[in-house]
Design a protein around this ligand. Structure first.
Ligand SMILES: Cc1ncc(COP(=O)(O)O)c(C=O)c1O
Length: 373
């Protein structure tokens, strides 16, 4: 993928905001809780390595990613802390997991049996660090009953190629005001803990939402994701217990400014026709950058003035209606602050009728990430 460095469109990541969010979260957590920063999906679009380094400065002692490849990227960049892969891995990748000293989830007995067969033919010198995943009601991956978990743990005890390092679950409604289902899942997890012969090093249930709003959650580790980037996991629903500082701004510049007469068509499909003489500016960002067509009608900032996106968003460019003539080269802010006015990632998510997680992850690799600290 080519990164478009020779274009004024870029995402600016304030790494000090990430460090500060992590520090504030650690102060909020019960003492002696391990904070693992979740930097999967390229650090939710913010850049995995750079955000991991900023999180480490704030006190993160480990990192979570979704895939083996994401974990390799971090190790190769010199991140030597514990790395936990959150998704199910392929048994054929066991040599990689051992070589790079990754931790990973075990979610079924079938997987363990398959891994055992593989290991008999392909022995390894070290032991594999595993976290037993319990499905308490997310319906995604994990063992379902306390007895299944107990059997898996006993099996691990009998197999020295495995080091039982952790146990965890994931809540599906931790960001909601109604806590009923969260409590059901929490209770199921607590029941699982009671049938185990002993407890492993890491017990974790908390994503950002759980760690912010459910202090009663059992465990000694959190998997802290979206909030480290300064975004409220609940969107508009719950108030964050301490202020979160957004790390990402998205900016570009006007590349053309023109005065169009009444009746001029703008963009593909001529979906906007100037109702009067209007100043129209062109901005080099489009849906191939992750700024989707549904953003038509949304206003972005030029010198603090909200300027509506008129006509369809193109693949690489969009057009805005300007209140007056601005110079070519004037900064355009799509997310972030401009002359005292602000557009949040939540505003963009509202326009797209989605969540800010998706907005951050959708920003494409073509948009350069610039780091400011
Ligand atoms: C298993 C697991 N843990 C933790 C997280 C981090 O969640 P959040 O970004 O809401 O903190 C995720 C994110 O999707 C996840 O899948």
């Amino acid at each position: 993928m080519v990164v478009a460095y020779h274009r004024p469109t870029k995402a600016i990541i304030d790494t000090t905001a990430i460090t500060e969010n992590i520090k504030n979260e650690i102060a909020h957590l019960p003492s002696e809780t391990f904070l693992f920063a979740v930097v999967k999906a390229n650090g939710y679009g913010h850049g995995a390595v750079q955000t991991a380094q900023a999180a480490k400065e704030g006190g993160a002692v480990g990192f979570c990613v979704a895939t083996i490849d994401e974990a390799i990227e971090l190790r190769e960049a010199g991140i030597n802390e514990p790395l936990l892969i959150l998704g199910v891995v392929n048994v054929h990748d066991i040599p990689l997991l051992a070589e790079y000293d990754f931790s990973f989830p075990v979610a079924s007995m079938d997987w363990l049996v398959e891994a055992d067969t593989y290991l008999k033919e392909n022995p390894i010198k070290t032991s594999l660090k595993v976290h037993v995943k319990v499905d308490t009601g997310m319906g995604r991956i994990g063992f379902l009953t306390p007895e299944e978990v107990r059997q898996a743990v006993l099996w691990l005890e009998d197999h020295p190629s495995f080091d039982w390092e952790g146990i965890f679950t994931h809540f599906s409604t931790a960001d909601q005001a109604d806590t009923t289902y969260w409590e059901t899942q929490h209770q199921r997890f607590k029941e699982v803990l009671t049938v185990l012969p002993y407890l492993p090093t890491y017990i974790h249930t908390g994503n950002s939402a759980t760690s912010l709003w459910h202090k009663e959650a059992v465990g000694n580790m959190v998997r802290f994701g979206i909030a480290m980037y300064g975004l409220n996991p609940s969107g508009h629903t719950l108030k964050e217990p301490f202020s979160l500082k957004p790390a990402l701004s998205l900016v570009s510049e006007l590349i053309q400014v023109k005065l169009l007469e009444k009746g001029a068509g703008i963009g593909y499909g001529e979906t906007y026709i100037t109702p009067r003489q209007e100043w129209i500016g062109t901005v080099p960002i489009g849906y191939a950058d992750g700024w989707l067509r549904k953003m038509q009608g949304f206003s972005i900032l030029v010198e603090g003035e909200p300027c509506e996106i008129v006509g369809r968003v193109c693949m690489d460019q969009l057009m805005i209606r300007l209140p007056r003539a601005f110079a070519v080269g004037t900064t355009v802010t799509l997310i972030g602050e401009n002359h005292g006015k602000r557009i949040t990632m939540q505003d963009v998510a509202d326009q797209l009728e989605t969540i800010h997680y998706e907005v951050a992850c959708t920003l494409s690799a073509r948009v350069p990430r610039e780091y400011k600290s």
